[in-house]
Design a protein around this ligand. Structure first.
Ligand code: GEK
Length: 245
């Protein structure tokens, strides 16, 4: 049977040395399969971002999808909202991701158009935002730079604006951390990944994806000024929070 070019097989073969994970063309070409089979609840989170957007995005405002990858959240937002006088802005610093996002977004022919910006999210100006999405992106930013980004997002949001922050987390309790890690690996095995693929991907991400505890995220969001901070989704060590200005 012919190989499916969209199936993630990046870590099927043994690597002598596993290089650090990068968002290059090889990753972009299999990204939907990779993220759906690696992040438990990813499809639900994307759908619910659409539901949240329908309730929160207001006419005449902006919505930012920071670290938009192939534009899955932007497309969910686009199809869920009724407002048409809205700026939907997707940002990613991987040209390979954005090239594919552009192809995907060609399906979204109705207003509003989705603007794509190839830039580091640290350099993007946020303004008039009724909604900002950081769906599994902040974890790739060095920990010491995360507060500055959240401060900037907060400053660029309208009163009552909504931030969705999804992250892989660590759990301070060792037993629970081990249990969640095993459950996540069990999920990946059930999705067809081998032990070799799971362990090589983990090595590739080790210095690239830096997870923090749920408390660290909640404390930072409250410290930045968000008045309401709640977990709305959790599956094992994957959470999504909503924060309201
Ligand atoms: C989704 N939100 O499908 N500036 C801009 N983009 C960045 C930066 C940065 N500093 N660092 C990483 N990225 C998406 C999934 S994936 C999550 C997000 C994952 C981008 C990076 O290029 C990649 O596209 C994305 O953040 C992270 O809902 O792969 O686990």
């Amino acid at each position: 049977m012919a190989e499916d070019p969209k199936k993630d097989k990046l870590y099927v073969n043994t690597h002598e040395i596993v290089p650090d994970f990068v968002f290059d063309d090889r990753v972009a070409s299999v990204f939907p399969d990779m993220i759906n089979r690696s992040v438990p609840g990813y499809a639900t989170i994307i759908n619910m971002i659409g539901t949240l957007a329908a309730q929160r995005i207001r006419q005449g405002t902006c919505c930012y999808d920071l670290g938009c990858s192939l534009g899955a959240a932007s497309m969910a937002i686009h199809s869920a909202i009724e407002a048409d006088d809205v700026r939907l802005i997707g940002v990613d610093n991987s040209p390979a991701m954005l090239a594919r996002a552009k192809e995907n977004l060609a399906q979204c022919t109705q207003a509003p158009a989705i603007e794509l910006i190839c830039a580091d999210i640290q350099d993007v100006v946020i303004q008039q935002a009724s909604m900002v999405v950081l769906n599994f992106t902040l974890q790739f930013i060095p920990a010491e730079e995360r507060s500055a980004i959240l401060n900037k997002i907060y400053a660029g949001m309208l009163a009552d604006g909504l931030l969705v922050l999804s992250e892989k987390i660590v759990v301070p309790n060792d037993t629970a951390q081990q249990l969640f890690t095993e459950m996540h690996h069990g999920f990946k095995k059930a999705q067809g990944y081998s032990d070799l693929e799971i362990s090589q991907k983990r090595s590739a991400l080790e210095d690239v994806l830096i997870p923090e505890s749920l408390t660290a995220h909640i404390d930072r969001l409250k410290g930045v000024g968000f008045s309401t901070v709640e977990v709305w989704f959790q599956c094992f060590n994957f959470v999504s929070l909503l924060a309201i200005k």
